[in-house]
Design a protein around this ligand. Structure first.
Ligand SMILES: N[C@@H](CCC[C@H](N)C(=O)O)C(=O)O
Length: 304
């Protein structure tokens, strides 16, 4: 049985609801993935929070649901739709590492070399790039203050917020909002002490993912990201894309292909035409299983 066949199965027990899930990670950015193509009912916020909880759920930094494409997505050639939910239940527009993981599952299901996945921020082209390596074309990246979104017009190339070592950032959107700051020396463990101030600044009405980047050389960056809603992840795919874009814009890197070293490993980022970016990196499986849905206090029969 492959992973998608596992996700599609209905457990043979008389339980109120059991959701089958696959847990994957992309550079230790970990996801709970549920196939909802045959189920119309969306998860509510409480479900999402519980599914992502490491105490009472499967444990994930995002919940990803695979759904049928919309009419618009289908016309654009999308095979499936991926929706992304943060641990607070809020839906977000993009997640680079998640896209690689879901693309791997859908490539396995379709036995093809390329798959188009509809997301809130467009239809993304994904393909295999070697053993458990996936490439995804993300973007376009926008510096438009309304698209990021910001609460007021500013020069998005020079965000004048300061906190700890952060100053003179770049605000961008790649389907989700980011602020990238360049520092001389990245100390990952210190990020939680100063990044929340920027993330929660009223300039960002929907919050922002805060990237802290150190230029290593003209084609290498070190990066860590304080993601919404307030977690320091071991890797952020969209964060890596916008950090390279911002570094190129500032003249801090000079190669269209840049290696981004994140706390859990590296991503290859290539800037291409029309402000698009190709991100290539690994995917991995953690486990699969069933989560009890519905009212968690309702007794269920154990799986045979
Ligand atoms: N880790 C992700 C980004 C996930 C979404 C983010 N937390 C947000 O709120 O926008 C990535 O790999 O891009």
């Amino acid at each position: 049985m492959n992973h998608m066949e596992f996700l599609a199965q209905t457990p043979s027990v008389d339980a109120p609801t059991l959701w089958s899930f696959v847990k994957m990670h992309g550079l230790e950015n970990y996801f709970v993935i549920v196939d909802r193509r045959e189920v119309a009912k969306p998860f509510d916020v409480e479900d999402i929070v519980r599914i992502c909880s490491t105490n009472v759920g499967a444990g994930g930094e995002q919940l990803l649901t695979i759904e049928r494409p919309s009419d618009e997505g289908r016309k654009a050639g999308a095979y499936a739709q991926m929706r992304i939910f943060n641990i607070d239940g809020k839906e977000v527009g993009a997640c680079g590492n998640a896209t690689r993981c879901v693309a791997y599952l859908l490539l396995e299901e379709t036995e093809t070399e390329e798959v188009l996945i509809e997301t809130k921020s467009g239809v993304l082209q994904c393909c295999g790039a070697g053993l458990r390596q996936i490439s995804v074309k993300l973007g376009p990246i926008s510096l438009d203050w309304q698209q990021i979104p910001l609460s007021r017009e500013i020069d998005t190339r020079h965000v004048l917020l300061t906190s700890g070592p952060l100053s003179n950032g770049v605000a961008l959107n790649i389907g989700n909002p980011h602020a990238v700051f360049f520092v001389d020396q990245l100390v990952v463990d210190d990020i939680p002490t100063y990044a929340p101030v920027v993330q929660n600044d009223p300039l960002f009405p929907e919050g922002v993912n805060v990237g802290v980047a150190q230029i290593v050389d003209s084609q290498t960056i070190r990066l860590a990201v304080w993601e919404r809603p307030g977690i320091l992840t071991k890797a952020c795919g969209t964060g890596a894309c916008v950090a390279v874009y911002a570094a190129k814009m500032r003249g801090l890197v000079n190669s269209p292909k840049v290696t981004v070293h994140l706390p859990a490993g590296e991503l290859q980022i290539e800037l291409v035409e029309n402000n698009m970016v190709i991100m290539t990196g690994p995917v991995a499986f953690c486990c699969h299983g069933f989560i009890e849905g519905g009212n968690p206090s309702t007794p269920v029969l154990a799986l045979a």
